[in-house]
Ligand binder design. Structure first.
Ligand code: NAG
Ligand code: NAG
Ligand code: NAG
Ligand code: NAG
Ligand code: NAG
Ligand code: NAG
Ligand code: NAG
Ligand code: NAG
Ligand code: NAG
Length: 618
């Protein structure tokens, strides 16, 4: 009821002129933010198993993306969304919300189990399975075609759990130290080993659409190895792999910058033709924010010239394309922002979490400026500053000039929160998107990441305007030196089920990587699967068979490929399956056999040609 009143006031103010709106907004925004924050945190917990009121069926520690089961079906747990949400919960826990500890411990257990679940990306023994983007809410694998692997998940999970581990080590309690060493570290170690081994391989981006290298992924991988190394040293374990790879990742991160903004996706597949202007980059700046860092371009810190220039390019890209932004074309007022301007998902709309990210980046930047009480405007970010304070010139500002510029940034940040709240329904519910035409909520309802983004934005604002310390430093000072030459590199990792944290003993055993190539001509909409007598191949259940990749399919060679980890030293039976555009299956008329080599062995690719019926479009 309290919240309804706040929103009613906000809605009413939008009928008045711009000046009145600004004045009233500044009075009411903090109250409206507090009300929505309480609702948002509650709503996050409602989406977590086993007790979450919105997600019956989700098992212990599973953070469900959204309760929505159709149009779209988001009733899954994504490694990325869950880890970002858990980082928020750990930070809230650090601020005295002790009731959140069971959620953290349940999450740790669920992740220890998930690490051992063989899936279409692979298994634990090679590490590849850790790159699987999403699972069912009963901790089983999702088997349909999907944009996989996604290599940000392990890094983000490590970051959330490292923050918790450092708290455990700081309490001085022996049982807490044991929890850090025996339960948290083994899960984190698998994830860090994954990053050290696979950071230099392509994968899908955070929107699950583009295969290549993603700015967000590279940046969060760097952060994870830097803070993982610091934690490892505290625990007296070897961190050589992390220390050798982190500088190479930071070097690679620099190559996304094109002189005007960070290009979200590079090393992309042919045919990719976007500007690369993307919320990916704004989310990067808040995911790698370190309150003790300077305005460092190399680390893309929120207050860095590059990150501010990038922010302006990103926001401006939505000013003319969304109807609800028509009155914001002056470039000095807030705008509704989405994932990227070329987006067509649900017809391409603004998202709550991306609009709030704009505000959060600026609140983070204000924390960094406040630390030194000065602010330097450079040629790189001059256009950003002039858009919110037209007479600004290049130079260093202190005293009242500093305060004036900082407060212009604060007012600008606040106006993005006001946009998100203006299009939040009276209930406070945050869906995934709001309509570009009229601002009504669209797509998945009660999106966990939307709520988490509200809570982190609120914490950042509080930290920008008071002595509240929202997030601890991740020690970026020990990982901010860019090597002169970028090296392509990788360190082979070892992967062990985190049994003390809850992983099933004996799981994630020795596997051998096998590539299957099959020549099978298909029509557009028809897909080839690989079925067989192992869990990896779905135990002869076609709905659980492995989806193939047609990335190298051509007129000359109708190639479908599968890379799968199979139990070492075993005999596997398999065949290929056509899935028609109407969902019907067509099976090969023969079963095949493969002898998988012993542990540590290598298999030459299996070369097959389809034997059986040919499909026709329905
Ligand atoms: C879920 O409910 C059970 C039974 O009431 C309780 O023991 C458990 O602590 C709850 N879990 C969380 C994360 O609150
Ligand atoms: C897990 O959940 C999925 C989706 O609801 C379901 O199809 C599958 O049968 C469940 N598996 C188990 C072992 O419960
Ligand atoms: C691997 O690293 C090198 C050196 O930074 C870089 O040129 C290359 O694009 C990277 N490739 C991928 C897929 O990360
Ligand atoms: C304002 O934004 C538009 C995109 O909507 C951009 O083309 C233009 O350069 C911006 N103008 C200024 C002065 O920054
Ligand atoms: C833009 O402002 C005009 C004048 O205040 C108003 O009539 C119109 O409805 C506004 N358009 C949008 C999309 O908000
Ligand atoms: C708002 O726009 C969406 C499309 O973006 C449309 O589906 C919906 O019907 C519109 N709602 C209203 C109240 O006009
Ligand atoms: C292949 O083996 C499975 C499992 O035994 C069986 O159901 C299927 O009929 C076999 N297919 C052929 C073509 O023999
Ligand atoms: C492979 O399996 C066979 C029996 O299935 C066993 O005799 C042999 O020792 C195994 N070899 C290795 C290297 O594990
Ligand atoms: C698959 O097609 C290629 C190109 O036509 C051919 O060279 C290769 O021998 C085929 N493989 C099999 C197993 O038939």
């Amino acid at each position: 009821m309290r919240m309804r009143a706040f929103f009613a006031v906000l809605a009413a103010t939008s009928l008045h002129g711009a000046v009145a709106r600004l004045f009233i907004r500044q009075d009411y925004l903090p109250g409206a933010i507090e009300a929505e924050n309480t609702f948002a945190l509650r709503s996050v917990l409602n989406n977590i198993g086993p007790n979450g009121s919105q997600v019956p069926g989700a098992v212990t520690g599973v953070i469900v993306a959204s309760p929505s089961t159709e149009d779209p079906n988001y009733f899954f747990t994504w490694s990325r969304d869950a880890a970002l949400t858990m980082k928020m919960l750990v930070d809230e826990f650090l601020h005295g919300k002790t009731e959140l500890r069971p959620y953290i411990q349940d999450y740790l257990k669920a992740q220890a189990i998930l690490q051992t679940v063989s899936n279409p990306s692979g298994a634990l023994s090679s590490g590849r399975g850790l790159g699987e983007p999403k699972y069912y809410c009963n901790l089983t694998r999702y088997n349909d075609a999907w944009g996989r692997p996604q290599r940000d998940g392990p890094a983000l999970r490590a970051t959330a759990l490292i923050t918790y581990a450092r708290w455990l080590l700081a309490t001085g309690e022996g049982s807490d130290a044991n929890e850090a060493k025996e339960k948290v570290w083994p899960v984190v170690q698998n994830d860090l080993n994954y990053v050290a081994q696979y950071w230099n391989s392509t994968g899908f981006d955070l929107w699950e659409e583009v295969s290549g290298s993603s700015f967000f992924t590279t940046a969060v991988q760097h952060r994870a190895l830097v803070e993982g190394s610091a934690l490892g040293k505290e625990l007296d374990v070897s961190t050589a792999a992390y220390d050798s790879q982190a500088p190479n990742i930071l070097c690679f991160l620099q190559t996304y910058w094109n002189g005007q903004y960070a290009v979200a996706n590079i090393n992309t597949q042919s045919g990719f033709s976007r500007t690369g202007i993307d919320a990916n980059t704004v989310l990067t700046s808040i995911a790698t924010f370190d309150p003790e860092a300077s305005c460092d371009d190399a680390l893309f810190q929120p207050c860095s010239p590059r990150a501010l220039a990038n922010l302006k390019v990103y926001v401006d890209s939505f000013r003319t394309i969304y109807t609800i932004n028509r009155n914001t074309s002056s470039n000095s007022s807030a705008a509704a922002t989405g994932r990227y301007p070329e987006d067509v998902y649900f017809n391409g709309n603004p998202w709550y979490l991306t609009t709030l990210a704009v505000a959060e980046q600026l609140y983070d930047a204000i924390q960094q400026w406040n630390t030194v009480s000065t602010l330097t405007v450079s040629p790189v970010d001059l256009a950003f500053w002039q858009s919110i304070s037209p007479s600004t010139t290049v130079g260093t500002y202190s005293g009242s000039d500093f305060i004036a510029l900082r407060d212009a940034a604060l007012a600008y940040a606040d106006s993005f929160v006001a946009v998100a709240l203006k299009y939040t329904p009276p209930s406070g519910a945050l869906a995934e998107q709001y309509s570009r035409e009229n601002g009504t909520a669209l797509s998945a309802r009660d999106l966990t990441w939307s709520y988490a983004s509200f809570v982190t934005m609120r914490g950042a604002r509080l930290a920008a305007t008071s002595d509240y310390a929202q997030v601890p430093s991740w020690g970026s000072a020990s990982g901010n030196e860019v090597p002169a030459v970028c090296e392509a590199s990788s360190v082979q990792g070892t992967y062990t089920p985190a049994v003390d944290a809850g992983a099933p003993p004996g799981s994630g055993g020795c596997t051998v990587l096998v590539t299957f190539n099959v020549n099978a001509s298909t029509y557009y909409g028809e897909n080839i699967y690989l079925g067989g007598n192992t869990i990896e191949l779905g135990n002869w259940n076609p709905a659980e068979a492995l989806p193939g990749s047609a990335i190298a399919y051509s007129a000359e060679r109708p190639l479908w490929s599968f890379v799968v980890e199979l139990p070492a030293n075993s005999t596997v039976q398999y065949n290929y399956i056509r899935k028609e555009d109407n969902g019907e299956y067509l099976f090969e008329t023969t079963n095949r056999t493969l002898a998988v080599p012993p542990c540590g062995g290598n298999n030459a690719p299996v070369e097959d040609a389809w034997v059986g019926p040919v499909g026709t479009p329905s």
